[in-house]
Design a binder for this molecule. Sequence first.
Ligand SMILES: Nc1nc2c(c(=O)[nH]1)N[C@@H](CN(C=O)c1ccc(C(=O)N[C@@H](CCC(=O)O)C(=O)O)cc1)CN2
Length: 287
Amino acid sequence: MLEENRGRLLIACPDRQGIVAAVAQFLYEQSANITASDQYSTDASGGTLFMRIEFHLDGLEAREQSLCNAFSSLAAEFHMAWQYAPARQRKRMAIFVSKELHCLQELLWEWQSGQLNTDIALVISNHDDARNLVESLGLSFHHVPVNAENKAEAEAKQLALLRDAQIDVAVLARYMQILSPSFLAHYPNRIINIHHSFLPAFIGRNPYGRAYNRGVKLIGATAHYVTEDLDEGPIIEQDVTRVDHRYDAHALRIAGRQVERAVLARAVKWHLEDKVIVHENKTIVFA
Ligand SMILES: Nc1nc2c(c(=O)[nH]1)N[C@@H](CN(C=O)c1ccc(C(=O)N[C@@H](CCC(=O)O)C(=O)O)cc1)CN2
């Protein structure tokens, strides 16, 4: 379907009868055709309604300002928090990586194969290990070393790179530096991290080593939006795989890579397609 004529509306509001009908009627009156619609209510008697609607409208770009102005009246009537996103606007993505490259490789492969509808504007790393891989694809690579002494300066460099590249979303693909609150404030719910455990188990450093010591029978990975609370941001996607007593900590790390890369790729794809709503440190994913 032609992307330039496709728009998306994400809505969250107090639930009551008639909201879905009112939104559908609004789009009908705008001469739009609904191509996908999904909603979820936490509680039909007074909970919160979440909606994701995709629609087709010929000449959308020229009409979207007036459409949004008109929708804002309906949104006010239903006390909606809402977001409009035209499908034609590919999100510009930055990827942060440290020394483990498997998640970066998965994102690059999915992007190359057309699975991820995004422009990878740059890759930033605190190590140089990913340079050859990234530059072999003609992508921009920036080595920004980070240590306890230069953290503020390093983050200032990173933020300048993100600003100049007009980034919409950043992905921490096994990036092993904790981002400061001031850094995060620039990109609320627009930085996605892959944590290499099934959160909330094993928050923080060395989750596989701790999992080994605990004798777990499952290991997992969690993709979440990054917040000040380490590895406690809104969860977007998770998965697990079975392990047993024969796995040492290194074997757990190797087995975990497959889960990490798949979980991150799904989470990033859903974000790029405007399928994720964040509400009260949780997500509603219209996958
Ligand atoms: N503000 C946030 N920053 C980051 C998060 C997050 O949730 N909030 N996730 C991490 C990734 N991560 C686990 O997935 C993680 C990375 C690094 C460490 C850590 O303790 N690293 C260093 C300390 C580095 C520093 O102070 O910056 C260490 O090994 O001592 C814990 C968890 C990415 N950033």
